[in-house]
Design a protein around this ligand. Structure first.
Ligand code: FES
Ligand code: FES
Length: 149
C-alpha cells in the first residue's frame, strides 16, 4: 500500500513497491494522459513532475515517491486556466499525433520553472524527449514563446 499525492489529491494504492509509477498513475488512478513509450527511460513519453522536477515515471518505483508531490499533465492547468506552455503549444500548433506531447510538455514546464529564459543549448540539454512525428522545431519555438509569456 502506498499513499500518493497526485495533482493535489491523495490516493491510497495497493501496488507492489517495485511497480513503476507510470502503471499506478494509468491503471490504478486512471490518469491516462501520461503515456507509455519505451519503458526504459529513453523516450520521455511518461514524464511527470516529482516535487517539481521532471521524472520518467516508467522507471520510478512507486515506493520511491510516497509522500512526494506528483503532478501529471492533468494537473498542469490551474484554476481553469491552461499553463503558459500549453497555451504556447496551441499557438504554435505543436502536436501531430500527440503521443509524445504530454511528456514533452511536462519536461518543458519543469525546465522553465528552473530556467525561465532557456537558451537553445539549455533546451537541447534538458529536452531529450523523442517525438516520432518530428515536432522538435515547433517545440523549440513554443518554448521560446512560453518563456516570454
Ligand atoms: S516510457 Fe518512460 S521514457 Fe519512454
Ligand atoms: S507528436 Fe507524434 S510522437 Fe510526437
Amino acid at each position: 500500500m502506498a499513499r500518493l499525492s497526485i495533482n493535489g489529491q491523495t490516493y491510497d494504492v495497493d501496488a507492489d513497491p517495485n511497480t513503476p509509477l507510470l502503471w499506478v498513475i494509468r491503471e490504478q488512478v486512471g490518469l491516462t494522459g501520461t503515456k507509455y513509450g519505451c519503458g526504459v527511460a529513453q523516450c520521455g513519453a511518461c514524464t511527470v513532475h516529482i516535487d517539481g522536477a521532471a521524472v520518467r515515471s516508467c522507471v520510478m518505483p512507486v515506493s520511491a515517491v510516497a509522500g512526494k508531490r506528483i503532478t501529471t499533465i492533468e494537473g498542469l492547468a490551474a484554476g481553469g486556466k491552461l499553463h503558459k506552455v500549453q497555451q504556447a503549444w496551441i499557438e504554435h500548433d505543436v502536436p501531430q499525433c500527440g503521443y509524445c506531447q504530454s511528456g514533452m510538455i511536462m519536461a518543458v514546464t519543469a525546465l522553465l520553472a528552473e530556467k525561465p529564459k532557456p537558451t537553445d543549448a539549455d533546451i537541447n540539454a534538458a529536452i531529450t524527449n523523442i517525438c516520432r512525428c518530428g515536432t522538435f522545431q515547433q517545440v523549440r519555438e513554443a518554448i521560446h514563446t512560453a518563456a516570454k509569456a
